[in-house]
Design a protein around this ligand. Structure first.
Ligand code: SAH
Length: 257
């Protein structure tokens, strides 16, 4: 049955905040940055939330959907600098859910794509707290759209891999041995490791001149893209001083500009 999407009667949810009992947590995708790229459902739930915990990449304009009396709590992380660590975020979510009715956990892009949404959902579920996911436009889609790049293409790419550029805990690279034939790889958090990513891919037999693109601040007014063959992309990104947030697209589709 399609109801109001929250699993609770609308009247009860509108009673306001500080209601005791079990609250519900929404893990909401806030999209890639452009405040118009959030869903109507996300905007509606934000406008009903008692508490909103939001990340670094959330555009201030998105917070305008929040109720004026909502508690807005920044729990952002930057690479290597985690002012509120993940365990603390888990505890905050549980504590707020015990005290308030509607809690939004607002994340950049989509909450379940490199957003630790899975961990938060598990933590909440294990404590009997209801949790619903509201998807968002992930950076891969936004970055491709911003520069009119397709991610699939009947001729060049029948697969997309969304990858993180971070090394695994054991130090191994997901790029070692990876063939990108007929595939587009979209690498999140990959700029710092770009040199070794490209070296691993070339070592794996991918063409040195395979097209690659780095897209910074996709969907925002200051967005920019650089393109180069795979063997030169790391040097180009360094020369152009690409900064976070940026996404790397590697594969034939990155050449379709
Ligand atoms: N859950 C998010 C990803 C979080 S990981 C999503 O679905 O998009 C954070 C990484 O996402 C950044 O380091 C960057 O690689 C990428 N990213 C997020 N927003 C971006 C943007 N506007 N432009 C380019 N890359 C972005």
């Amino acid at each position: 049955m399609r109801g109001n999407g929250s699993g609770q009667p609308a009247l009860e949810r509108k009673k306001g905040h500080k209601l005791t009992g079990a609250g519900k947590v929404y893990l909401i995708g806030g999209g890639p940055g452009d405040p118009e790229l959030i869903t109507l459902k996300a905007a509606r739930i934000l406008s009903e939330s008692d508490v909103v915990l939001y990340d670094r990449l959330i555009n201030d304009k998105i917070l305008k959907h929040c109720r004026s009396d909502a508690q807005k709590i920044f729990v952002g992380k930057t690479s290597g600098n985690h002012p509120v660590d993940q365990n603390e975020i888990h505890s905050l979510l549980v504590n707020y859910a015990r005290e308030y009715r509607i809690i939004s956990r607002l994340k950049g892009g989509d909450p379940m794509i490199f957003g630790r949404g899975g961990e938060e959902r598990e933590f909440l579920r294990a404590r009997g707290i209801e949790c619903e996911i509201v998807p968002g436009v992930t950076a891969a889609c936004a970055a491709a759209a911003s520069f009119s790049l397709p991610l699939t293409h009947r001729e060049f790419s029948s697969r997309i891999i969304l990858m993180t550029g971070h090394r695994r805990e054991d130090g191994a690279s997901d790029f070692a041995g990876l063939s990108l034939k007929g595939c587009t790889a979209v690498v999140y958090m990959g700029v710092a490791e770009l040199e070794s990513i490209a070296a691993n891919l070339i070592e794996a037999g991918n063409r040195r001149d395979m097209p690659a693109a780095v897209i910074e601040n996709a969907s925002l007014p200051n967005q920019r893209m650089i393109t180069a063959p795979l063997e030169k992309i790391a040097a180009s990104a360094q020369r152009e001083k690409i900064i976070s947030p940026a996404l790397v697209i590697i594969g034939e589709t990155a050449g379709l500009i």
